[in-house]
Design a protein around this ligand. Structure first.
Ligand code: ATP
Ligand code: MG
Length: 324
C-alpha cells in the first residue's frame, strides 16, 4: 500500500494510530504496575501534543513511568532534576563566546529534546519554572532576541510530590494550566506489588525496555488525531462544561479557554485511539477529570469539606446535558 492511500482514508488513519497506541501501552505494561487507564492517558497526552504532570507520593513509579514512555518511542530524551539553584539557562541553553570565531554561539539546553523529563518540578525557583513553562507553551526558546524552535514532537513530563512543602515552590494553578493532563499512579494492588518485588530482585526491567515506535509514527499519530472530526454541538458541550466550572460556587477559579482546547485535543486523541475518526461525548467525559481538575481552585469551604477537584468535575459532567 502506498503512502498516499494511507493518507487518503480516514478509517485507515484511525486504525494505524489505534495500533500505535496499543503497542506503546503494551510496552509500558511490561514494566509498570499501574491501572491501564493511567498508562493510556499518558499515551493520549503524547498524541494530543500535550504536557503531562505526574503527581503522587514518593516511590510509586512516577519517574519510572516517564522514563518508560520515553524509552518506548524512538525520540531524543533528556532529563532534568529540578533543584533550588537551577537557573533558567540550565533549562534553555546559553550563548557562549567562542574565542576562535570571535562570536557568540548558542549552546542548546536540555529542553531541546522530544521528551523532557522534569523531575520534582516544584523544587526549582519560580524563575526557572516559568522559563520552562514558557518553552512548553511557545514550543520555542528565545535567547538574546533570537528564537529557536523546539522540534516536534515535544512533550514535557514533570513529576511532583504532593506532600513535600519544605524548600519547594508549588506551581500556581495559572502555571499548572500549561499542563494538558495531571495523572496519579497510586499504590499497586497487593499481588502486583509482590510481583514487582520479585521482578526487581536482580535487575530493573526498565533498563531492558525497548523502543516500539518511531518518532515519525508519533508525528503521524499527532496529525491523525488533529484531523478527528468534532461536531459543532460537542464544541458547545465543552464550553458548557467550562462555564459550569466558572459559575460553580464551590470553585474559586474555573477552567480557562485553554483548558477547553486541551480537553478537545485529548478527546480527539481518545477517539482515534478507539479507532474512530469522530469525537463522541464519551471521549470528552472520559478525559475531563484528568484534563480539568488541576486547573481549578476550590473555594476554601469546599476544600475544607474534603471535596476534591476531580469529583467536582465528575459532578459537573453528571449535571451537564450531553447534546443529542
Ligand atoms: N507502579 C510501579 N510499577 C513498577 N515499578 C514501580 C512502581 N512503583 C514503584 N516502582 C519501582 O520502585 C522504584 C521507585 O520508583 P520511582 O523512582 O519511579 O518512584 P518516584 O515516584 O519517581 O519516586 P520519588 O517521588 O521519590 O521520585 C523503582 O525501582 C520502580 O521500578
Ligand atoms: Mg522520581
Amino acid at each position: 500500500m502506498d503512502e498516499q492511500a494511507v493518507g487518503a482514508d480516514p478509517g485507515l488513519e484511525a486504525s494505524r494510530t489505534a495500533e500505535l497506541a496499543d503497542r506503546v501501552v503494551a510496552n509500558l505494561q511490561r514494566v509498570m504496575h499501574a491501572p491501564d487507564e493511567t498508562l493510556q492517558f499518558s499515551v493520549l497526552c503524547l498524541l494530543a501534543e500535550g504536557h503531562l504532570i505526574i503527581e503522587d507520593f514518593p516511590g510509586v513509579g512516577k519517574t519510572s513511568l516517564a522514563k518508560a514512555l520515553a524509552r518506548s518511542v524512538d525520540c531524543a530524551f533528556s532529563r532534568l532534576q529540578f533543584t533550588p539553584d537551577l537557573l533558567p539557562s540550565d533549562v534553555t541553553g546559553v550563548n557562549v563566546f567562542n574565542q576562535r570565531s570571535n562570536e557568540f554561539e548558542f549552546r542548546p539546553g536540555p529542553v531541546f529534546a522530544n521528551i523532557l523529563l522534569v523531575d520534582e518540578i516544584n523544587r526549582a525557583s519560580p524563575k526557572t519554572q516559568s522559563a520552562l513553562l514558557e518553552c512548553m507553551q511557545e514550543r520555542q526558546v528565545t535567547i538574546d532576541g533570537v528564537s529557536y524552535v523546539l522540534p516536534p514532537p515535544f512533550m514535557v513530563m514533570a513529576t511532583q510530590n504532593p506532600i513535600e512543602y519544605e524548600g519547594t515552590y508549588p506551581l500556581p494553578e495559572a502555571e499548572l494550566d500549561r499542563f494538558t493532563m495531571r495523572i496519579a499512579i497510586g499504590y499497586p494492588p497487593l499481588p502486583d506489588e509482590a510481583q514487582m518485588l520479585s521482578e526487581q530482585a536482580t535487575d530493573t526491567p526498565l533498563d531492558r525496555l525497548e523502543c516500539v515506535a518511531s518518532a515519525q509514527e508519533v508525528l503521524d499519530g499527532i496529525e491523525d488525531a488533529k484531523r478527528v472530526f468534532v461536531e459543532e454541538s460537542l464544541n458547545r458541550y465543552v464550553v458548557a462544561l467550562l462555564r459550569q466550572t466558572r459559575s460553580d460556587n464551590r470553585l474559586y477559579l474555573g477552567a480557562s479557554p485553554r483548558a477547553g482546547i486541551a480537553l478537545l485535543r485529548v478527546a480527539k486523541a481518545r477517539a482515534i485511539v478507539a479507532g474512530r475518526d469522530y469525537v463522541e461525548p464519551e471521549d470528552i467525559k472520559a478525559v475531563a477529570p484528568t484534563v480539568l481538575a488541576h486547573r481549578l481552585i476550590l473555594a476554601p469551604e469546599a476544600r475544607s469539606s474534603g471535596l476534591d477537584a476531580e469529583d467536582l468535575v465528575r459532578s459537573i459532567l453528571e449535571r451537564t446535558p450531553v447534546p443529542v
